[in-house]
Design a protein around this ligand. Structure first.
Ligand code: 3HC
Ligand code: NAI
Length: 727
């Protein structure tokens, strides 16, 4: 029996259930208002499910209650199941049962939505009989992004509300829709009238009020419960025929290697082909299969790791500096992209170039990128004009940076040029300006030493294209002050990017690891694989692009310049793969010159067979006889090299924890998210297997393949990278 609170008067404003937290019910004019309060995002933890179940049981027994409103306190309705409970033994009541109970209620139930109603939260709303949302509310079923599917009836109820095609789109993409779109697609019934924001008001007050209004209307109209499960879904009809095959093919190519999108489609197919209750059971089976998969573990690791990276002890409680006016030096590939990212985030941007010609080229680049946003409907023409005429200016006069709060330098990758820029900035910028460099590899301590204020100097390493890529490495130099680091993180948040703290070394976290695994794939080519086989095997493994195709895209001249820079200090024991240099010497820099490892022309993209001759000559010069290298061997080399160097990066403190490496590789280097990042992957396959691979490859090249001390120690102690994350 549920413990329902006693009420002295039948229709009064009292709390019904005895334990108010995290679900409480008050009754007002015969309407039970069920509030969920489980900060920060009202996730459906066991206590919330139990609270909802009890509240419904009490409401069912109370004849004086004529309608029900469910809403979420504070910033949002319910953001979904409690992800922290995943992988633990499930505790009753289970969410599908709670939602079935809501749907079965014999009084009309209204879900009043604000913030983000996501996953299990939206499933609760679809179990309610009516849905109203405040104008700013957003909805979605993001489960697929966590490697699962909506497992509390979402795959059965959404197609009944919106039709199969829309449901498949939302469920397989995980995308969010706003209130207008939700209304159009039949997901919600009403959008509440906009209300003036009241200072200090609870953000959920408008949702509660809207829910109450809707419930009063329902009572006045003597409306009955309207259950989503009862909506007829035409089976195998014209509308649905072909749509499942279409989505299967689309997801097989878009989400190559992933289980969840395919199971999502099967679950929705069940909604069409099976009676509701059987469809629910089918959904449950498909859900459990995903719940038990490594992919679910990997994607949830990625979710939490992306939140952990911002939790730095050194900036806890440290305030970021105010950031309104940004200077950008250099308007090439990176400078223009950084300027656009900042403009779109509402910053005022002054871009400095070398001379009038470069100024107008930079101006044109910024305009072109922003026009791209206009074409894609992300920016209005009016907003474009305001940005270009009001918030953005380009000049060759460094003096116009005197009032900047932060300056980001993105000039050529040359220490001399950078030193000159920082000397000028030191002379011009006001005290307190954050002076940042976007260098990919150079020593930021040396750059900082050119100024009288090294504590204000930091690395902000963006990725190309800077207005698109989510990663920002915040490189903390020897003397960087904590508030400058905090300002770097604050900038990332403002630009909607993910910041990872890195220490100073050649290439920081990402590029340092990249140079190492690039050497390993070059080694695989010298040993016998073709660059095309390497790319194919790694794309099959899940990378967005193979490493040789990536080099072509970035420009082969970039790696060539780095190799030349490092040549004087290169260890003579290193096996230096020279085949890429031969391409560069012939003027083939990849995509931008129409030829690199691949040929790019009007006929499309295809392997450049000339490369094989360069490789053959390189092997011959080194006295190497090529042999068969399997796809698995290619993947093993790639992963072992990545993990080995990453272990050094962690041990040296360049990355704080293994999870920082994972977030870097996931967001800046196209590592497959559903594998969780290299360190998570290494834990999954076993660190002993990675170490054994390294020792195996060391028989071929014992200079390249030296096991990292941290890796050896973890294997000896039977520990994992996850243990270090938790420490
Ligand atoms: N469960 C547990 N914790 C959650 C959570 C969830 N569903 N969603 C967010 N959190 C936590 C975060 O880890 C973070 O914790 P921290 O402060 O300790 O780091 C805190 O809530 C705030 O989250 P964000 O930093 O992400 O806050 P934002 O305001 O930027 O974003 C959000 C809020 C849009 C709700 C975002 O957190 C989000 O997308 N959450 C995940 C939503 C989701 O995937 N829901 C589906 C869950 S699976 C499900 O429902 C299965 C069902 O079908 C059976
Ligand atoms: P780029 O060659 O496209 O642009 C550099 C720009 O700087 C040119 O437009 C040049 O005119 C300008 N410039 C040179 N000296 C200047 C000075 N003294 N004052 C003002 N402007 C000056 O180079 P890109 O690719 O944009 O790289 C810039 C920096 O960003 C480099 O340090 C590079 O290592 C780094 N980086 C590059 C990435 C990429 O993918 N291209 C990724 C991340 C970082």
């Amino acid at each position: 029996m549920p413990r329902c609170g006693k009420r002295s008067r039948p229709v009064s404003n009292v709390v019904l259930n005895v334990e108010p937290d995290p679900v409480s019910t008050e009754v007002l004019d015969g309407i039970a208002i069920v509030a969920i309060a489980n900060p920060p995002v009202n996730a459906l933890s066991h206590a919330v499910r139990a609270g909802l179940d009890t509240a419904l049981a009490c409401i069912e027994q109370d004849d004086t209650i004529r309608a029900v409103v469910i809403y979420g306190r504070d910033r949002t309705f319910i953001a979904g199941a409690d992800i922290r409970e995943f992988g633990k033994p499930p505790q009753a009541p289970l969410l599908p049962d709670v939602i079935n109970r809501i749907e079965a209620c014999d009084k009309p139930v209204v879900a009043a939505l604000h913030g983000t109603a996501l996953g299990g939260g939206l499933e609760v709303a679809m179990g309610a009989h009516y849905r109203i949302a405040v104008p700013s509310a957003r909805f979605g079923l993001p489960e697929v992004t966590l490697g699962i599917l909506p497992g509390a009836g979402g795959t059965q109820r959404l197609p009944r509300l919106t039709g199969v095609r829309v449901a498949l789109d939302l469920i397989t993409s995980g995308r969010q829709v706003d209130a207008e779109e939700g209304l159009r697609m039949g997901l919600i019934d009403r959008i509440a009238a906009p209300t003036d924001p009241v200072e200090n008001a609870e953000p959920s007050a408008a949702a509660r009020a809207a829910g109450l209004d809707f419930a009063r209307d329902l009572i006045a109209a003597d409306a009955r419960p309207r259950r989503t499960r009862d909506i007829d879904l035409a089976d195998g009809s014209d509308e649905t025929s072909g749509v499942f095959a279409e989505f299967r093919a689309k997801m097989a190519s878009k989400s190559r290697g992933q289980l969840a999108p395919q199971n999502c489609i099967s679950a929705v197919e069940g909604a069409v082909n099976l009676p509701f209750a059987e469809g629910l059971s089918n959904e449950r089976i498909l859900f459990q299969e995903l719940m038990n998969s490594d992919q679910r573990g990997a994607l949830i690791h990625a979710f939490f790791a992306e939140r952990e990276v911002a939790k730095l002890p050194e900036i806890k409680g440290v305030s970021a500096r105010e950031l309104a006016r940004l200077g950008v030096i250099g308007g090439g590939t990176m400078g223009a992209g950084i300027a656009v990212a900042a403009l779109l985030a509402g910053l005022d941007v002054t871009l400095i170039e070398r001379d009038a010609g470069a100024v107008s080229r930079a101006q044109a680049s910024v305009a072109r990128i922003l026009q791209g946003s206009v074409k894609r409907g992300k920016l209005s023409e009016g907003a474009y004009n305001t940005l270009m005429a009001g918030s953005f200016r380009a000049s060759s006069d460094y003096g116009s940076l005197s009032a900047a709060d932060m300056v980001i330098e993105a000039v050529f990758e040359s220490m001399d040029v950078k030193k000159d820029v920082f000397t000028r900035l030191d002379a011009i910028c006001k005290p307190g300006t954050v002076l940042a460099t976007n260098t990919s590899y150079l020593d930021i301590n040396q750059i900082a030493a050119m100024t009288a204020r090294p504590e204000h100097v930091i690395g902000l390493h963006f990725f190309s294209p800077a207005h698109v890529m989510r990663l920002l490495e915040v490189v903390v130099a020897e003397k960087t002050a904590p508030e400058v680091t905090a300002t770097g993180f604050a900038l990332a948040k403002r630009l909607k990017k993910i910041a990872v703290r890195a220490g100073v070394c050649d290439g920081f976290i990402g590029n340092r690891i990249l140079s190492h695994y690039r050497k390993a794939v070059d080694g695989a080519v010298l040993a016998g694989a073709s660059p095309f086989a390497v790319d194919r095997a790694l794309v099959e493994f899940g990378l967005a692009m193979g490493p040789f195709a990536v080099s072509d895209l970035a420009g082969l001249d970039i790696g060539w310049a780095t190799r030349k820079r490092l040549a004087p200090t290169r260890d003579p024991r290193e096996t230096y793969a020279a085949f890429a240099d031969r391409l560069c010497e012939a003027g083939h820099f990849g995509r931008k010159t129409g030829m690199g490892f691949y040929i790019y022309d009007a006929d499309g993209t295809r392997p450049n067979d000339e490369v094989l001759d360069h490789v053959a000559r390189d092997r011959m010069a080194k006295g190497m006889t090529p042999r068969e290298i399997s796809d698995q061997d290619i993947v093993d080399r790639y992963m072992a090299a990545m993990v080995n160097e990453a272990a050094r990066v962690v041990e040296e403190g360049i990355a704080l924890r293994p999870l920082d490496v994972d977030v870097t590789l996931l967001n800046g280097y196209g590592f497959p998210r559903w594998r969780g990042g290299p360190m998570h992957y290494a834990d999954t396959v076993g660190l002993d297997k990675i170490l054994a691979d390294i020792e195996r490859f060391a028989r071929e090249d014992d200079f390249l393949w030296q096991p990292a001390p941290l890796l050896k120690r973890l294997v000896a102690e039977g520990k994992t990278f996850a243990d270090l994350n938790a420490a």
